[in-house]
Design a protein around this ligand. Structure first.
Ligand code: GAR
Length: 210
């Protein structure tokens, strides 16, 4: 058996997606070793989840840096210092500068709570609701230089019901995220994802993208 692929998980919030990755790892399904969890602020609730799981934690404070470039460089340095070769943005609400993204080519995965290219950005769930769509969903994609734009690895639709509020819709979206993200990260760790331009080819039968 080959060694598990070392990944860093970046968070800003409560870290339920991080927890899904930890749970998958505990079940022996992730095939990746979460070597560090990095938050952009000390109060991120997901840091406690990481500590409880015995995972190293780091805070690279957005407020401690003068601009996006220096913040992103500090994040990339921290990832490399812990030996991670892949990165998962699990509710990480900052945009990494291109120089940092280029240090991990086709190796940064983001989970987004909408069907991209619809509703990119930080307010995807309320934006989908106020637009009046009847279907939204989850996108897991590789990160490139543009916001919520890189090659799509997997998507899954979630129905929007007439009386949904943001909390109800986001709860159903997150239930999908918690299943889809670990499946994608496991495939990535096995080396099963090949990027061809905007397309991601699943090289095994584990394809959850369709
Ligand atoms: C998740 O729903 C994720 O899709 C979203 O933040 C939430 C974090 O929840 N990310 C974005 O909106 C990124 N644009 P969590 O901290 O409980 O995993």
């Amino acid at each position: 058996m080959s060694d598990p692929f070392p990944i860093a998980v970046l968070i800003s919030g409560s870290g339920t997606n991080l927890q899904a990755l930890i749970d998958s790892s505990d079940r022996g399904e992730l095939g990746c070793d979460i070597v560090v969890v990095i938050a952009d602020r000390p109060g991120a609730g997901g840091l406690d989840r990481a500590r409880r799981a015995g995972i190293a934690t780091e805070v690279v404070g957005w407020d401690d840096h003068t601009d996006r470039a220096s913040f992103s460089c500090a994040i990339a340095d921290t990832i490399e210092r812990h030996g991670a070769r892949g990165v998962v943005l699990a509710g990480f609400m900052r945009i990494l500068a291109p120089d940092a993204v280029h240090r991990f080519p086709n190796a940064i995965i983001n989970v987004h709570p909408a069907l991209l290219p619809a509703f990119p950005g930080a307010d995807a769930v309320p934006s989908a609701l106020s637009y009046g769509v009847t279907v939204s969903g989850v996108t897991v994609h590789f990160v490139d230089d543009m916001v919520d734009h890189g090659p799509i690895i997997a998507q899954e639709a979630v129905r929007v019901f007439p009386h949904d509020d943001e909390e109800a819709l986001h709860r159903r979206i997150q239930a999908v995220e918690h299943r889809l993200l670990p499946e994608v990260v496991a495939a990535f760790g096995r080396g099963d994802l090949a990027v061809d331009g905007r397309h991601v080819v699943w090289t095994t039968s584990a394809d959850v993208s369709r």
